[in-house]
Design a protein. Structure first.
Ligand code: 8YV
Length: 318
């Protein structure tokens, strides 16, 4: 059987490669010596693209692949793919919802706990021998706090449920109130005002750009803790640095940044109160295997019957 050409953008696991190779002839974009020439010569051959949440479909790829019919993204967030435009052209965009809810929620909770209990600074204290000069200062208990969820989707709900183990009182904001036993707030600012910990887990993209601005950070306050496991674009990073530096905001646990993989030096300089992760929200062997399997199933199913298992909502109608 002829294998279908597949353009791969970004990295995939060996497990994904092995599963795909039976049905697809994979060309890896970042392995091409001259990307522009490669896209100009071969772009029109591809009906299938495999990408991830970070790369999405870059403009040069979109322009060079007029015959694309399916885009499978290895990740749930698809703000780097123009799904509306692809849906209008009848192109199927698929992502990996559901299978990473627990892992991203664990990451959010871990960042919150790391900030409150100063895990990273305490580790440095233990490692450096500073303990021999004196004990580590007391920290703050995460128990019985008010936790706000900014974006109550699948992952947001899982975070809220996990926070229950810490007897958290849950508040949230979303486009509209949901059928949940938690307290709804109309705006991010009102939510920030009402909570101790604000967890950002909205989709990225134009609609949520800088939703967490200086006013929201001020409302969260000098004792407040911001956790971002969504996209760097949702938080005004300059305002975040300023709020942390001035003490207007207490703490921040961040897995995502505006210009990944670059993190502003100003953020790196703030120790103790700030915990930084290199976008590893879903990055465990188990969860990446499940995400990879789903991204692969979407492509194989498209080859078999022209549909995908988990289309993005924009493409779910047809
Ligand atoms: C991945 C993510 O890191 O699923 C997402 O939206 O942010 C992460 O799980 C992303 O797909 C980049 O590979």
């Amino acid at each position: 059987m002829d294998r279908a050409p597949l353009l791969q953008i970004g990295e995939i696991t060996e497990r994904m490669r092995e599963a795909l190779e039976a049905r697809f002839a994979i060309d890896v974009l970042f392995e091409q010596a001259d990307r522009t020439a490669f896209l100009a010569e071969h772009g029109a051959r591809y009906e299938a693209i495999l990408t991830n949440g970070h790369w999405g479909v870059p403009e040069d790829v979109a322009a060079a692949t007029p015959n694309v019919r399916v885009i499978s993204s290895y990740g749930v967030g698809y703000d780097a793919i123009d799904a509306d435009a692809y849906a209008a052209r009848g192109v199927l965009v698929a992502h990996t919802p559901g299978v990473l809810n627990d892992e991203v929620a664990v990451t959010a909770i871990a960042l919150w706990l790391a900030c409150y209990r100063q895990i990273v600074a305490a580790d440095a204290h233990a490692r450096s021998g500073a303990w021999e000069e004196g004990g580590f200062p007391l920290t703050r208990s995460p128990m019985d706090r008010r936790v706000g969820i900014l974006g109550l989707g699948r992952i947001g709900k899982t975070i809220a449920e996990m926070a229950g183990a810490f007897r958290a009182e849950i508040h949230y904001t979303a486009r509209s109130p949901k059928d949940v036993p938690w307290q709804f707030h109309e705006t991010p600012e009102a939510l920030a005002e009402a909570v101790d910990v604000l967890v950002v887990i909205t989709p990225g993209g134009a609609a949520t750009r800088n939703l967490v601005n200086a006013a929201v950070l001020r409302a969260l306050g000098p004792e407040g803790c911001l956790v971002n496991v969504a996209r760097g674009s949702v938080v005004d990073e300059a305002a975040l640095v300023a709020a942390l530096e001035s003490g207007a905001l207490g703490m921040a646990g961040l897995d995502v940044f505006e210009a990944e993989p670059v993190i502003p030096d100003a953020l790196k300089r703030i120790e103790g109160r700030v915990v930084l992760l290199p976008h590893v929200g879903s990055a465990t062997h188990e969860t990446r295997a499940a995400m990879g399997d789903l991204a692969v199933r979407n492509l194989v199913r498209w080859l078999d019957d022209g549909t995908v298992e988990t289309p993005v909502p924009e493409c779910a109608g047809g």
